[in-house]
Design a protein around this ligand. Structure first.
Ligand code: TIU
Length: 233
């Protein structure tokens, strides 16, 4: 297979990738994080802060689906018996209504409950992979690495929530495993504006210590200028 590389304007310098070996990863765009009544709100957060990523992420999803890229969604959550949830995670925050407890959208962060699922606007389509993860990082205690290896993926376009928690943890895990990560600044969101700023700066500092950062507009321009992936690896 001949390599067909695209380049996108990014920080700290241009990000080069082979579309056939690149996947879009959409992290934890679940009701429990972006709608009232879920885990995010129970932690004391204003969920409306995260909703600004929905529209640009819809555009990126549509363009990358159309061009034939691999698309992977993740969901943070646990088995109904909580056997995959560390007691320390359940206890954290001393919440009156926390992980496993009944909330307005079902049991909080429990697989199969309404709140745990991905929001309607960004629902997985067709054979897109959904990775259920018990931790903040998408590689911890999941088969994500195995799936990416089987598909020959070496680069990740990273989107989702929250920038400083699950996105940052996943980028660090991916980087240590040899993946090259491009984070889309308008497609990742934080409950805290200052954390958004610093979490992105942490990724791209020191010559791109964990990866690259760009905007969805710049990535879409690069994808449109290139050709479609033309079938998976
Ligand atoms: N609390 C917070 O900012 N995030 C999480 O608990 N999970 C994810 O980021 N997905």
């Amino acid at each position: 297979m001949t390599e067909h590389r695209l380049s996108v304007d990014a920080e700290p310098y241009e990000f080069e990738f082979d579309p056939k070996r690149t996947a879009l990863i959409v992290i934890d765009m679940q009701r429990d994080f972006v709608e009232p009544g879920g885990f995010g709100e129970q932690l004391g957060n204003d969920v409306s802060q995260l909703r600004r990523v929905i529209k640009p992420l819809q555009n990126v999803l549509a363009a990358m689906r159309k061009a034939g890229y691999t698309v992977i969604h993740t969901r943070e959550g646990h088995r109904p018996d909580l056997s995959d949830c560390p007691p320390s995670k359940i206890a954290r925050g001393r919440l009156s209504c926390g992980i496993g407890d009944a909330g307005p959208m079902g049991r909080i962060l429990i697989r199969g409950e309404k709140g745990h699922d991905i929001i309607e606007e960004l629902k997985p389509e067709g054979d897109e992979t959904v990775v259920d993860k018990p931790g903040k990082g998408a590689f911890f205690a999941t088969d994500l690495d195995f799936i990416l290896q089987n598909r020959g993926i070496g680069s990740l376009v990273v989107t989702g929530v929250t920038t400083e928690v699950c996105v940052n943890t996943t980028v660090r895990e991916a980087n240590d495993r040899g993946y090259e990560c491009l984070v889309l600044e308008d497609c990742v969101g934080s409950y805290f504006p200052e954390f958004q700023d610093y979490a992105l700066r942490m990724v791209k500092a020191q010559g791109g210590i964990f990866g690259w950062v760009t905007s969805s507009a710049k990535l879409l321009a690069a994808i449109e200028a290139g050709q479609s992936v033309g079938g998976r690896v």
